[in-house]
Design a protein around this ligand. Structure first.
Ligand SMILES: *[C@@H]1O[C@H](CO)[C@@H](O)[C@H](O)[C@H]1NC(C)=O
Ligand SMILES: *[C@@H]1O[C@H](CO)[C@@H](O)[C@H](O)[C@H]1NC(C)=O
Ligand SMILES: *[C@@H]1O[C@H](CO)[C@@H](O)[C@H](O)[C@H]1NC(C)=O
Ligand SMILES: *[C@@H]1O[C@H](CO)[C@@H](O)[C@H](O)[C@H]1NC(C)=O
Ligand SMILES: *[C@@H]1O[C@H](CO)[C@@H](O)[C@H](O)[C@H]1NC(C)=O
Ligand SMILES: *[C@@H]1O[C@H](CO)[C@@H](O)[C@H](O)[C@H]1NC(C)=O
Ligand SMILES: *[C@@H]1O[C@H](CO)[C@@H](O)[C@H](O)[C@H]1NC(C)=O
Length: 420
């Protein structure tokens, strides 16, 4: 039950500790010409709508030759052009190691990566070192689409993932990492069997994803569907996510995140947190989770903060509404006593302030008797928590448990409110 927590630790270690370059990058690129692919299909200089087919840059597309360099060359040429270029990866299977889709692409207004085929991640872990698999960084106006598949081929790597048991683990590569992007659209893309997370967002603004399919087995370690950190203006809509960990996790320093139309399961549910592990974490503000269905997940909607948090922060203005729970372990859970390690130094209460949180129209079945858990911090009780129109059933009678919170109840609330 607590296993899912460790991945956040590992994740934070790599993102915050290991990634010093983020929102800025110098460039030597010039925006004055279109691409001139090797082997013909040259794009006229300044054409503005250039198509950069990876085949023209030498991909084999046979599933066994390493196509990383050719794909990256197609991107470079497109990024170096003007207008709204498109990198096309046609039907076929392309084996690659890490591929870096880096900007800035100074002359372009939008740049499309149209994946029609399947990209397969190399299973040779030595190729990745500190890299994720597919990395998009410092690009404005990226559109990733095409109906294709990113296959992380994670099964070979999962046995090497020690994060569920060891704080100082080596983190495996995330399949799709978005770093310091602005104005991104991802639609109609499948991600299979990531080695670690499927999608990771950090320092992104204005990011819209829809029509995603994200799949990994229920017992695969740390295969979160999407983790979002230090980002704002993020919408994830109309997607199907089944993994071995959180379907979506919202880390610290996020604002204006909307999650809607998600079918989640198997997995650990949709989670805020874990928050409060580090000093100087930014607040979470303005989260909407709406019109989602959870099936057979370990949790439904969850907010999780650390005990012994080194600094104060807040998570406020969060709404969870119109959610169906089918046989879910902890359909509604706030847990501010989170501490996964046997040896936590002391038991200082969490310093993450939770305020203005509403759970509305949440119905269905719980697979455990305690359908609602509101365990707030002894140091900073939760403020303004509202439960409205809740109907969660369990065969032996559902119950609720609360600490350090005086929730407000509106409409019909089953299980009945906690006695505080
Ligand atoms: C990375 O972002 C942080 C916080 O946004 C900022 O303080 C830091 O200077 C940035 N680092 C680089 C290399 O841009
Ligand atoms: C690149 O783009 C800028 C801004 O759109 C423009 O002023 C400039 O003429 C373009 N070409 C070069 C070579 O910088
Ligand atoms: C980018 O454009 C410049 C100027 O035309 C050219 O010298 C350079 O080779 C191009 N780089 C790539 C990767 O296409
Ligand atoms: C992102 O793009 C928007 C719209 O173009 C712009 O207003 C904003 O300043 C950009 N943010 C960053 C960090 O560049
Ligand atoms: C994302 O969706 C919002 C709301 O529909 C819209 O305002 C915004 O412009 C979209 N962003 C992009 C990059 O398409
Ligand atoms: C709810 O989400 C489903 C996808 O799971 C979508 O088809 C439907 O249109 C959404 N309904 C509303 C009211 O947004
Ligand atoms: C609360 O969050 C919503 C959704 O992101 C946002 O529209 C609204 O402005 C926020 N309200 C406050 C008071 O921050």
């Amino acid at each position: 039950m607590k296993v899912g927590i460790f991945f956040i630790i590992c994740f934070n270690a790599i993102f915050i500790g290991g990634n010093s370059q983020n929102s800025t990058r110098s460039t030597t690129q010039d925006n004055s010409t279109g691409g001139t692919p090797a082997g013909g299909a040259a794009t006229p200089a300044g054409s503005g709508t250039g198509t950069f087919n990876v085949k023209d840059f030498g991909t084999k597309g046979d599933g066994t030759s390493d196509d990383s360099k050719a794909i990256q060359a197609a991107w470079q040429a497109a990024c170096n052009s003007t207008g709204s270029p498109k990198v096309v990866i046609p039907t076929g299977t392309y084996l690659t190691g890490p591929v870096q889709f880096f900007g800035p692409c100074k002359g372009v207004t939008t740049i499309t990566v149209q994946l029609e085929g399947t990209l397969k991640a190399s299973t040779n872990l030595e190729q990745y070192e500190n890299h994720d698999w597919i990395q998009f960084s410092w690009v404005n106006g990226l559109i990733l689409t095409g109906g294709g598949t990113f296959d992380g081929q994670g099964a070979v790597a999962w046995p090497y993932n020690k994060c569920p048991a060891n704080k100082k683990c080596n983190v495996l590569p995330t399949s799709l990492k978005f770093n310091a992007m602005n104005g991104t659209i991802v639609s109609g893309i499948t991600s299979l069997n990531s080695k670690f997370f499927h999608y990771g967002l950090i320092d992104c603004q204005n990011f819209n994803a829809s029509g995603l399919h994200i799949t990994a087995p229920e017992d695969s370690p740390n295969t979160d569907g999407m983790h979002i950190e230090r980002s704002s203006g993020v919408t994830i809509a109309d997607s199907t996510i089944g993994t071995g960990d959180d379907c979506i996790s919202i880390g610290h320093s996020n604002s204006h995140v909307t999650i809607t139309g998600i079918n989640c399961g198997p997995g650990h549910g949709i989670s805020v947190g874990s928050l409060g592990k580090y000093q100087n974490e930014g607040d979470v503000n303005g989260l909407i989770v709406r019109n989602c269905t959870m099936t057979g997940t370990q949790n439904g909607v969850r907010i999780k903060t650390w005990e012994n948090s080194p600094g104060a922060s807040a998570a406020t203005n969060m709404t969870f509404e119109d959610i169906v729970m089918n046989n879910v372990g902890n359909p509604i859970i706030i847990d501010q006593t989170y501490c996964p390690f046997a040896s936590c130094e002391g038991n200082a209460p969490s310093q993450v302030k939770l305020q203005d949180i509403s759970f509305k129209n949440i119905r269905g079945t719980s697979s455990t008797p305690v359908a609602v858990t509101l365990e707030c911090s002894q140091g900073i009780p939760c403020q303004n928590v509202i439960l409205e129109d809740i109907n969660l059933q369990h065969s032996a009678g559902a119950t609720a448990t609360c600490q350090n919170v005086q929730a407000k109840y509106l409409g019909t609330v089953v299980p009945p409110p906690c006695k505080v």
